[in-house]
Design a protein around this ligand. Sequence first.
Ligand SMILES: [Zn+2]
Length: 156
Amino acid sequence: MILVWFFIIFGFYNPKCMVCRLCKNNHLKLHYIQGDKDQFRYYLCPLCGLVNLDLENMKITESQQKYADRFKPPQDYEKERGAKAAFRFVSKYVPNKGRYMDIGCGSGSVLYFFKKDGWQVEGLELSPVFAEHVKKHLDIDVKVANFLEYETNDRF
Ligand SMILES: [Zn+2]
């Protein structure tokens, strides 16, 4: 019974009063938890449906550096099946190689496959750690910005 109440309270109550990044609603509910130390907590906004990652209390820079350091291209990028599948999917429907921007490019594994195929590529990433990693290892330009605020006249 206590456990049931725990889940009810934990599921519907948002103790940190996190604000939805898209619609600014502050009544979010815990959606799911990930990570070996339960460090990634995702909150669902019932108004707009956006799932927001709670960035507070995460050693975000440290964990991103650790994650970024795991990739030593090109051999590690070649193993990224998800990234390769994303590239294949897009190139199947967009046969002409053009400009590709990866919004939230992370460690740059999707960008890696597009660049290798001859596309003009660019990344947009919130994390300066990942942006630096992609620039250093893949020689790809990555802007550090929030996509909700980023403006450009470039076409991709
Ligand atoms: Zn929202």
